[in-house]
Design a binder for this molecule. Structure first.
Ligand SMILES: *Cc1c(COP(=O)(O)O)cnc(C)c1O
Length: 367
């Protein structure tokens, strides 16, 4: 069966608008290394997101790695098992050992009580925390901030899903010592490939700006072991184009989420969204009663041309390469039962209505 509704479809700007930026770049022949388009995008994004300063990088995975390096996050790091592989692989790549703390069955984020208990039991061996605002939803970031302070450890949030989200009216990115974003083509806002980091402390930002350029300091000496994580002008140009449309993109997606939830009410269950948190419509995850029901539904939907994704499966705590440390029964169960439905800007309300009809039909089908 051909794909009628893909799971995701990257949004693209009017090609003439993109061309306008590219022509300016050709004119200057300044292609990367802190170019004017990158600077413009950093300024406009800081303003849009409501943060002091955002640093743009080549992708969301490097954003995590550079944040860990700048914060000297070293050793045993508590993290969420319910995320994309990059959250754990970046830790392992950086030489850290992920320690998986179970999630809350409602928010699907790391459970604050479990996090507190894990720190109090392992206070000599846990060196920090990497949380995830999964699907754009936040846990109790104030309580987590108190844990960070009590144990005096770096806390990083993988905010790859949380573009534009506010917590109690303030940017969700302003919580934690650092928050990272991904601007990959499949994300809500994208630069084809790209990422961003927001730090709480200016000195971490200053260091990170050197780290992404081979560790060169102002005298062009490699003062630190750095990497190349710079974003090019071509990528920044895409971001500048899409930022003009971002309010329309987000409001349409949020409308689709509301419609999905209304039409599938009582058919499947949903992640509980924090009442302190705004929505951005980044994803449309639904939870089935069992893995068997999910598999039956998934194959039925595929036959109707509806692409879905098991996002996130398996639980990262079950993956051999990440060391399997920590007990996470709730995450293991949730990752067997969660399925993401199509969600993108081009999707219409009648498309959502049709997809929901197929989901209802699929529920009775056996795997
Ligand atoms: C997409 C994603 C990343 C990785 O971002 P890239 O830009 O693809 O490197 C990291 N964490 C989460 C939760 C993501 O969804």
């Amino acid at each position: 069966m051909t794909i009628r509704f893909p799971i995701v479809k990257p949004v693209l700007p009017d090609i003439s608008q993109y061309q306008h930026y590219i022509e300016s770049t050709f004119g200057r022949c300044w292609l990367t290394n802190n170019g004017p388009l990158l600077k413009e995008l950093e300024a406009r994004l800081s303003d849009y997101l409501g943060v002091n300063d955002i640093m743009l990088v080549a992708n969301g995975t490097l954003a995590l790695q550079v944040a860990y390096k700048a914060l000297e996050l070293k050793g045993n790091v508590a993290t969420s098992p319910f995320s994309f592989a990059a959250t754990s692989s970046s830790l392992a790549w950086h030489g850290d050992t992920p320690y998986f703390v179970d999630i809350n069955a409602d928010s699907l984020n790391v459970d604050e009580q479990q996090l507190e208990a894990t720190f109090s039991q392992n206070d000599t061996s846990l060196d920090g925390f990497v949380g995830v605002h999964v699907f754009g939803n936040a846990g109790d970031v104030e309580r987590m901030g108190a844990i960070a302070e009590q144990y005096n450890k770096p806390f990083v949030y993988d905010a790859a899903h949380a573009f534009g989200v506010k917590f109690k009216g303030r940017s969700l990115l302003s919580y934690g010592d650092a928050s990272t974003l991904s601007f990959h083509a499949t994300k809500l806002f994208h630069c084809v490939e790209g990422g961003g980091i927001v730090f709480k402390e200016k000195h971490h930002m200053d260091l990170a700006r050197e780290l992404i350029n081979f560790g060169f300091d102002s005298t062009m000496e490699p003062a630190n072991v750095g990497i190349n994580a710079k974003m090019s002008e071509m990528h920044a140009a895409m971001g500048l184009c899409l930022l003009d449309k971002i309010d329309d993109i987000i409001s349409h997606r949020v409308e689709l989420v509301h419609l999905y939830r209304e039409l599938l009410d009582g058919v499947v269950s949903f992640q509980h969204w924090s009442s302190d948190c705004s929505q951005n419509g980044a994803y449309m995850p639904v939870l089935f009663e069992s893995e068997e029901q999910l598999l039956g539904s998934m194959s039925y939907l595929a036959k109707q041309g509806v692409q879905t994704r098991r996002y996130f499966y398996p639980s990262l705590s079950q993956v051999e390469t990440y060391g399997r440390r920590g007990e996470t029964p709730i995450a293991n169960s949730a990752s067997k039962r969660v399925l993401c439905l199509p969600m993108f800007f081009d999707l219409g309300k009648s498309d959502v209505a049709l997809i929901c009809e197929f989901v209802k039909q699929s529920i009775s089908v056996k795997a």
